[in-house]
Design a protein around this ligand. Structure first.
Ligand code: ARJ
Length: 418
């Protein structure tokens, strides 16, 4: 047995059923698994990963291994690990260090355990592994071919490191792949966050005022789904272009100070801290529900919420009722951590199929090119995006047009005008 630490290894059988089920909905990744399991292009690569331990992630990890890599894994959020899946991975000889309900110390202990494998590739969601390597294990950096980053927040973080001259090895921005952020962030976040909100709160969305903070790809997906469920949707934004876009998409746009008075349900997806603070909470209606879909738990200021309250109790799984000193009650979803992974199962497998095909391709690309790259943040290759999209369409039974030779020439011609 490999070294691992999970909640309860006896959950492995149940976890395996979840992973098998996910595989059936991830045809692109499974096709790539088959394609690469013969030649094993990742042979000799040791990958340490730090990304939510879900059934979809298990499919990715087992694909990386089928392609020849040795893999060690931790979760990237204290509350997102599926303990059944973690057990299934451990039972399948994957060194996994993850369980649901980690303390901060345990969280970093798990990351450290995956670094004992002395990776030459890293795979992050949120950049905690990248950051830990830089801060505590500089001696490992010369061995690294590169790393990848899954999410918007993490890409912003590594870009800031690069800007500062602090980044010491090349990182591929998987989030910036079109086949990632145009699908995972939009349709994934939109659906799975409402899945979480509904499992935790069981409220009716129709007729409610739903406030979405942030109108990036995630916020856009959230607003679309809120409207589809019959909500009156309000968007708050700090970026004027995105605010304008939200308005022209038909949503009401206003500052949080005003939205606070109107909202029945608040979901943040900004990547920024202090989007909902005590000032806003003071203005909220009795019974308002607050949640976050951004990577870190900084968007709803939970310290402020605690300070305004004289007590709290967990009334349903992933739903805490805060009794405010003035008699009102406010509800917090999933402790302010990303609601789709804490209160539900994260994005559906079909969309993670795209994101994780991109992750596999990033690992393959870095294993070939990484050694010759300067430390910087690299764009995802466009031809890989096209290949992935075509493969996904094929699995959906959809054929598309192909440019004729004349059309292809026209696309680069500039002489033909009016
Ligand atoms: C693993 C998931 C899942 C899921 O790709 C998404 C992203 O950018 C995240 C920010 O932390 C979460 C990640 N994500 C969403 N759903 N990762 N398995 N089912």
């Amino acid at each position: 047995m490999v070294d691992y630490k999970v909640r309860d290894i006896k959950l492995a059988e149940e976890g395996r059923m979840l992973v098998d089920y996910a595989e059936k909905h991830m045809p692109v990744l499974m096709h790539l698994r088959k394609q690469h399991s013969e030649k094993k292009p990742l042979k000799g690569m040791r990958i340490s990963g730090c990304l939510h331990v879900t059934k979809e992630t298990a499919v990715l990890v087992e694909t990386l291994r089928a392609a020849g890599a040795e893999v060690a894994w931790s979760g990237c959020n204290p509350l997102s690990t599926n303990d059944k899946v973690a057990a299934a991975m451990a039972a399948n000889d994957i060194p996994v260090f993850a369980w649901n309900g980690l303390s901060k110390e345990e969280y970093y202990w798990c990351i450290e355990k995956t670094l004992e494998h002395r990776p030459n590739l890293t795979l992050d969601d949120g950049a905690d592994l990248i950051f830990t390597l830089h801060r505590k294990h500089e001696e490992m950096i010369p061995e690294l071919y590169g790393g990848s980053e899954e999410t918007t927040t993490g890409v912003i973080r590594v870009r800031a490191m690069a800007e500062d001259g602090a980044l010491k090895y090349p990182i591929m921005a998987v989030n910036d792949a079109d086949t990632k952020h145009m699908f995972d962030n939009v349709y994934g976040t939109g659906q799975s966050s409402f899945d979480g909100v509904l499992r935790a709160s069981a409220i009716l969305i129709a007729g409610k005022t739903v406030v979405i903070s942030g109108y990036g790809f995630c916020g856009h997906g959230l607003a679309t789904r809120a409207r589809g469920l019959g909500a009156d949707v309000v968007v708050t934004e700090a970026d004027p272009v995105r605010a304008l876009q939200a308005r022209m998409d038909g949503y009401r746009v206003m500052p949080m100070k005003q939205a606070a008075k109107e909202g029945d349900l608040f979901i943040t997806a900004t990547g920024m801290k202090d989007i909902i603070t005590g000032e806003h909470m003071k203005a909220m209606k009795d019974g308002a529900i607050l949640g976050n879909a951004g990577h870190y738990n900084v968007e709803v200021n939970t310290n402020d919420l605690a300070a305004l309250s004289e007590g709290k109790k967990r009334v349903r799984p992933a739903l805490d009722e805060y009794m405010l000193k003035d008699g009102r009650r406010l509800y917090l979803l999933g402790e302010g951590r990303l609601v789709n992974l804490v209160a539900a199962e994260g994005h559906p497998s079909e969309v993670m199929d795209l994101s994780f095909a991109a992750q596999l391709n990033a690992m393959l690309w870095l294993s070939v090119n990484g050694r010759n790259l300067k430390p910087a943040v690299y764009e995802f290759p466009k031809d890989l995006d096209r290949q992935t999209a075509l493969a996904k369409l094929e699995t959906m039974g959809i054929k598309i047009d192909r440019l004729t030779r004349e059309q292809a020439a026209y696309a680069t011609a500039y002489a033909e005008g009016t």
